[in-house]
Design a protein around this ligand. Structure first.
Ligand code: NCD
Length: 313
């Protein structure tokens, strides 16, 4: 509908816009008080058809920190979804009740569909195993904060590269920022989908992608290690999940030979991919990563609502 901006996948934002959001998010992190009234009188609807802790609460927190209000649900069984209402009808009505909506849904494409019926900006907060663009913004602001730049890194992804939507969104995005090399570490069964790999190589023929089964083969090269959880809920049978669930467990021993300025990221929740001893290592930034998610989401909300932070900030 019209010229409303939605964020359904990372490609909806240009590189310049992503950098602008990251930089604004960093300013908001440094001086949150300055932005405390930017969204006064505005309402954010958070529509979570699938479980979430960080994404939902960080959006809620972001809107509240901007002086706005929130409505929504974290359990669709308490809504008319249960009575069989279509997503299209729900979203049409929500458009009259809120100024921006954030949606997580188990079905790939649900937020895109919703955006066709919405009169307010829709933000995809994760659709099935597909995309998770605001986690990508969270990852970018973390990389900028800890590594100073989004470019020229050796970035390794480990764990469930097949179903992990955070990986799918981040790899597509980092490919746009001159990444020096991607290293994909996963069991054979959980490799990055071939279609996505092909898409990346078609678009960026010089991109370096190395695929390995084990971290120790590559640990010394890595600048950014992005660990992920095995996505249990996307497996078709329990047996396959059990076979793979402990495939990758990061310990102090596994990072013994890592660079001293490597950073370890994880979108969280972790199940047991990273042992607790690693939390105290200064390279572990995953909790700071979830903190940064609030600030970059504040930046995103102001952008989609058309609030000019430069003038009023
Ligand atoms: C991720 C997700 O929902 O895809 N979590 C998050 O948003 N921080 C990662 C995951 O669930 O493994």
């Amino acid at each position: 509908m019209g010229n409303i901006r939605h964020l359904i996948e990372p490609g909806d934002l240009t590189n310049a816009e992503m950098e602008e959001l990251v930089d604004l998010g960093l300013k908001m992190y440094a001086e949150p008080k300055k932005y405390a009234k930017m969204c006064e009188g505005k309402i954010l609807a958070s529509l979570f058809y699938e479980p979430s802790t960080r994404t939902k609460f960080s959006f809620d927190s972001a809107m509240l920190r901007l002086g706005g209000n929130i409505i929504g649900f974290a359990d669709p069984s308490s809504t008319s979804d249960k009575k069989g209402e279509s997503l299209a009808d729900t979203i049409r009505v929500i458009s009259y009740y809120a100024d921006i909506a954030v949606m997580r849904h188990p079905k790939e494409g649900a937020p895109l569909l919703a955006s066709h019926y919405s009169e307010i900006p829709i933000v995809n907060a994760g659709d099935g195993g597909h995309q998770h663009p605001t986690q990508t913004l969270t990852d970018l602001i973390t990389i900028k904060r800890f590594k100073g730049t989004l470019e020229n890194h050796v970035v390794a992804f480990s764990g469930d590269l097949k179903y992990g939507r955070t990986v799918h969104s981040l790899i597509k995005t980092l490919a746009r920022f001159n990444t020096k090399k991607f290293i994909l570490i996963s069991p054979e069964e959980l490799k990055l989908p071939t279609s996505l790999k092909r898409q990346l190589l078609d678009k960026y023929p010089h991109l370096m992608i190395e695929e390995v089964n084990y971290l120790d083969e590559v640990i010394e090269q890595i600048d950014i290690l992005y660990c992920t959880r095995i996505q249990k809920e996307r497996f078709f049978n329990e047996e396959d999940y059990l076979k793979l669930k402990n495939s990758y467990i990061l310990t102090m021993k596994s990072i013994e030979k890592a660079k001293l300025d490597m950073i370890i990221m994880h979108p969280l929740p972790r199940v047991n991919e990273i042992t607790y001893e690693v939390d105290d290592d200064k390279r572990a930034v995953y909790f700071e990563q979830s903190r940064m998610g609030v600030y970059v989401r504040m930046a995103l909300i102001t952008k989609l609502l058309g609030v000019d932070c430069d003038v009023r900030g």
